[in-house]
Design a protein around this ligand. Structure first.
Ligand SMILES: NC(=O)c1ccc[n+]([C@@H]2O[C@H](COP(=O)([O-])OP(=O)(O)OC[C@H]3O[C@@H](n4cnc5c(N)ncnc54)[C@H](O)[C@@H]3O)[C@@H](O)[C@H]2O)c1
Length: 347
């Protein structure tokens, strides 16, 4: 596995380096050929050089790397997040990572499988501003979906959720108020669903869906969502899991196998440089990455050690503990070392 590591800004640059020793340990223990290179794309580089994604970066990632591990982007010095859009949206669109998969493990033991369309909708970059700064200012962001974009996402998500053992899926939309894209999504979803007769399919308005999700999450097994709704729902999902520090995501292009793994959280400037950022989400990204690369056994082991460490006081303050970023990962790597007989834990 060749992994391009982009720690990014704020706590991204803290949690990503903190989880890499666990990957090293698993690589040694399971004989995996894991190598990674660190790329300094982020706010500092943007401010120094004006570069988000350097020329040729997408080709390099396509040709030389199995996956990207990204921390977070976001910096108070760049309030419009221009660098974040350039890098993150540049990677998602440039590598055509059109499925964003965000599992939501619930305290009950159930998991909701959330699939978010990742390249279109309101994130298409279509729109503009005129008369900026005057009373006549007009601001337009268009939500753009093509039939093909919706079809490929829906087909993949339905197939994948069935592989994951789900027998119920719901599409969220807002077709009553946003009829054009809403109609397209519903038509395509039900047409594609005909191929998956053993999956019970339904659709809900996103507002009522959010209400039910909070009141009774067990109602849902798998959720398909257009880009913006999926983004928002995944933060509700993070809250249901116990906090933003716990939620991980994978963005994939099923046709090429290209994938990017990132925590759902942002750069959290309010806790940056305090050493208390929760590395669980970044470490769960490694679980998703190992699974994606076909290494189920180390993935399950890391998952188990993360959950065991979460039940100790090594967990970080956002989830009720007194631990630190590195202390928590030391707890995890000690458990990994004990389970694999690896003497060189990071602790
Ligand atoms: N994918 C991304 O890179 C991404 C995602 C969301 C936000 N952002 C950016 O991040 C910056 C901050 O955004 P925000 O404050 O709205 O969201 P945020 O996710 O950074 O933080 C929200 C709250 O959750 C807490 N939190 C988040 N992750 C945590 C962790 N691992 N451990 C402990 N606590 C954690 C923070 O302390 C904060 O109180 C902004 O610039 C925003 O644009 C980037």
């Amino acid at each position: 596995m060749r992994i391009a590591v982009v720690p990014g800004d704020g706590i991204g640059a803290e949690v990503v380096p903190a989880v890499l020793p666990a990957l090293d340990l698993l690589g040694r223990a399971f004989g995996l050929d894991v190598r990674y290179d660190v790329f300094g794309w982020g706010a500092d580089e943007w401010l120094a050089t004006g570069t988000g994604l350097p020329d040729g970066a997408l080709d390099t990632l396509r040709d030389e790397y199995t996956a990207v591990l990204l921390g977070a982007l976001g910096d108070p010095r760049i309030p419009d997040m221009a660098h974040g859009r350039a890098i993150l949206l540049g990677l998602r669109r440039g590598l055509d990572l059109y499925v964003n998969y965000r599992p939501i493990p619930l305290p009950s033991g159930d998991t909701i499988q959330l699939f978010r369309e990742n390249t279109g909708g309101l994130y298409s970059g279509v729109g503009g501003t005129v008369s900026r700064g005057t009373v006549a200012q007009v601001a337009i962001d268009e939500s753009v979906y093509t039939r093909d974009t919706v079809e490929r996402f829906t087909r993949y998500s339905l197939a994948r959720l069935r592989e994951l053992g789900c027998r119920r899926a719901v599409l969220v939309h807002k077709a009553n108020a946003v009829p054009n894209t809403g109609r397209l999504w519903r038509e395509v979803y039900y047409r594609e669903a005909e191929r998956f007769g053993d999956v019970e399919t339904s659709d809900e308005y996103v507002d009522s869906f959010c209400y039910h999700l909070v009141r009774d999450p067990a109602r849902y097994q798998a959720v398909l969502a257009p880009n913006l709704f999926g983004d928002i729902i995944s933060d509700i999902g993070a809250a249901l899991m116990g906090g933003l520090g716990l939620a991980a995501s994978a963005s994939v292009c099923p046709e090429t196998g290209q994938a990017l793994f990132e925590p759902v959280h942002g750069s959290a400037p309010d806790i940056a440089e305090k050493g208390i950022a929760n590395p669980y989400a970044a470490a769960r990204c490694l679980v998703l990455l190992l699974d994606h690369a076909g290494h189920a056994e180390p993935a399950r082991l890391l998952d188990r050690c993360l959950d065991e460490a979460m039940r100790t006081d090594a967990r970080t303050p956002d989830v009720g503990g007194h631990g630190t970023t590195h202390g928590f990962m030391a707890e995890v790597t000690n458990r990994l070392a004990a389970a694999t007989g690896d003497g060189r834990s990071a602790a």
